[in-house]
Design a binder for this molecule. Sequence first.
Ligand code: GDP
Length: 422
Amino acid sequence: VHQEPATPIVIVGHVDHGKSTLIGRLLHDTDNLPDGKVAQIIASSKKRGLKTEWSFLLDSLQIERDQGVTVDSTRIPFLLDKREFVIVDAPGHRQFLRNMITGAADAEAAVLVVDAAEGAREQTRRHAMLLHLIGIRHVIVLLNKVDLLAFDQAKIEAAEKSVAELLKKLDLEVALSIPASARDGDNIASRSDQMPWYKGPTLTEALAQVPLPASRADLPLRLPVQDVYRFEDKRYVAGRIERGRLRVGDTVIIGTQKTPAKIASIASWHTAPQVSAAAGQSVAVTLEPDVIPDRGDLLHKQDTPPVAASRIRTRLFWLRQEPLRVGESFHLRLATAEHAVTVAAINSVVNLDDLTEYAGEEVPAEGFAEITLAAAETILFDAFAPGTADGRGVLVDRQQRIVGGAPLLGPAAIAEGDKLIH
Ligand code: GDP
């Protein structure tokens, strides 16, 4: 049986606009809660004299995770008419940013939760910006808490319009905007009878329309080497195929080496030797001649090479609390490779207040920018493409702490005025 991979969905929005409530409500209304959970939520809501508080659900999943019980609350699986989704949730804004940029949330779609009464706020803007920069292609705006606007059409449409105007400035393509009340379940899994004027889909109907992730098997081969190990006199080159296919007898190029090698055999974990393998599979291959690649080398084919450059234009999501300046050095993590790089230029910085770009000397704490990274060696990569693993660079410091996300855009020319030229 062919099993479609689960579709990852991120749920984002300003604090208190209703993300946890939405997740709880969604899991409940689609029958995706474990037995006993609902009773538990109702009881604890009652105890505090509240109407059923769906946000307690996430808290309770979170507690279980902290106690090491079972649930990873940052990836909540859920089934919608047999189609599998994974809700990627991150407790707290900073954890969310980290998840997004390290690719833990390789999401196909996003739900941006906006409190209809309050409108877009600081984190709404930041999250929207991030969705745009990461290239999430399918954004659903959930205009939440419309009960606070008494389900009034004119007020709701005015709120919707102001959010739409903000997102338009960001070039964010919004698939649709759904007026909803997560607390009461209006337009989440069932149609609200409070808003007969709304003719669009409910949230679950909208999720069902999210396109399936495209197959990566038909793209040019990319196999980043994870490990090389010896077993019974043979050397096995192990890694996960990120794109494309591999067949025994194929000629491959190893990293920046000039001499090609032949795939002599392909093995997968727990399976008999295979004649071919495709994107998504982890394999161990033997090569002829018995050359020894390094961890981080990219196996590809001669006629479909990746970009090769030592100066790379990248976007940057800077995570540190202090500014970044030209000349600072890091390691660029790219799939299994790690390259020493220096910030050679700061090309433009994003002003988070009005989302315009300006020429800046530094990237402010937790800011967004476009920079140029310079390496001493040639780096092989594919330019960042939304919804794929391509070009998803991550900057780490000496202690291996993640300091920024760096989607690689393309080779950079050596510019006059660059302070560092390798
Ligand atoms: P989060 O910080 O985005 O996860 O927000 P929560 O889900 O914790 O919700 C914040 C508050 O808003 C809670 O008190 C919720 O009960 C409340 N809330 C969430 N959705 C709605 C809604 O549709 N209508 C109203 N009136 N309140 C809501």
